[in-house]
Design a protein around this ligand. Structure first.
Ligand SMILES: Nc1ncnc2c1ncn2[C@@H]1O[C@H](COP(=O)(O)OP(=O)(O)OP(=O)(O)O)[C@@H](O)[C@H]1O
Length: 340
């Protein structure tokens, strides 16, 4: 059976059916629709004001590649200046290849690129060193938690370095839905409240952060990259198979098999929960060591580095005398926080 005609231009043959709506579109019309939807997310959510200098967290992966490409298309209309900021976590056999992809993108798109490294920012600690230090302590599976905390800090540092006023990341609807599921599984109302919305407004002196692809499904991100012929790095991080997130991903896939809107439904659920006053977390204060946003005396990054420096990674993060050890609720909650 021949492909149907594109439902938008009514001229070309359709090349795909949109996963959620089933609408048949040709490649160019799909890309135009995708870009218009991201534009709508940014404008309706008032995420990036005209004149903003935007640091795009560039990992070389599909999401941040698509995000940088779409924002570059929209930048003249939105009045944005873009900077790519990549974080080198020091993960042998993984990050170097991903950074090579980011360098190619920066060159092709004529965007300035700044790379900040954990090793320089965090007293010589690379992610590989953290992984070695936590191996055998029951914390080995928490690599993604540690990494997420440090990456968030590193991205903030990099963004400040390039004079950015805003930070954007490429989290898509599936990423956010996985985080919501993880938070539901642990009954973490405070994280659910924080995970909703399109990002954070920049409390406590932190730069405002947002996720303009939050309503885009992973499938459509991949389709956009395909039709725009984007060059990205697609290997999984060497530490990812140990992460709890993989289970949430499997669960989401099974939910989507019977309910194609499941990911987006979860994103909207989190938004509604964020509006519920009863679950709003207390206003965070400042870290006594570095001044960054913190809900305790030390921010997560300083607490983690402190524990690592003392050779006691169990104390570094997620340990509290009243809370269970290892994969207990607290540590899992931080895994979710790390995703944002
Ligand atoms: N090393 C990094 N440097 C800069 N930004 C990063 C880095 N890793 C992740 N990010 C930001 O956080 C977002 C979500 O992170 P995630 O771990 O899902 O990234 P990824 O799987 O490596 O790549 P992507 O999400 O871009 O496909 C990315 O889209 C990107 O904006």
């Amino acid at each position: 059976m021949p492909a149907p005609t594109c439902a938008s231009c009514h001229t070309a043959r359709a090349a795909l059916r949109r996963p959620r709506s089933g609408q048949a579109l040709c490649g160019p019309c799909f890309c135009t629709a995708f870009e218009a939807e991201v534009l709508h997310t940014v404008v309706a959510g008032r995420l990036l004001p005209p004149g903003a200098v935007v640091a795009v967290g560039a990992s070389g992966g599909k999401d941040s590649t698509v995000l940088a490409h779409v924002l570059r298309e929209l930048a003249p209309r939105l009045g944005l200046t873009l900077r790519l900021v990549a974080v080198d976590e020091g993960i042998g056999g993984y990050r170097d290849a991903a950074l090579a992809a980011v360098r190619r993108q920066a060159e092709r798109w004529g965007l300035p690129l700044t790379i900040v490294a954990y090793e320089d920012l965090f007293g010589g600690w690379t992610m590989d060193a953290v992984a070695r230090s936590t191996a055998g302590t029951g914390r080995g599976r928490s690599c993604c938690t540690f990494c997420g905390v440090l990456r968030r800090r590193a991205l903030e540092e990099g963004a400040r370095l390039v004079g950015a006023t805003h930070v954007v990341t490429g989290h898509n609807a599936d990423d956010v839905a996985e985080t919501v599921l993880m938070n539901f599984l642990r009954g973490d109302a405070a994280r659910l409240a924080r995970g909703g919305g399109l990002g954070s407004a920049g409390e406590g002196g932190a730069l405002p952060r947002c996720r303009p692809l939050q309503f885009a499904s992973q499938k459509e991100v991949v389709l956009y990259a395909h039709f725009r012929r984007l060059d990205y790095f697609s290997e999984e991080c060497v530490y990812a198979p140990r992460a709890f997130r993989g289970h949430a991903r499997e669960l989401l896939k099974r939910l989507e098999a019977v309910r194609p809107t499941a990911a987006l439904d979860l994103v909207h659920s989190a938004e509604r929960l964020a509006l519920a006053p009863a679950v709003r977390p207390p206003r965070p204060g400042a870290c006594s060591r570095c001044g960054a946003l913190a809900s305790r005396a030390l921010c997560q990054a300083c607490a983690l580095l402190d524990g690592l420096a003392r050779g006691r990674p169990r104390l570094a993060i997620g340990e509290h005398k009243h809370e269970p050890r290892d994969e207990g609720p607290r540590s899992r909650a931080q895994a979710a926080a790390a995703a944002f």
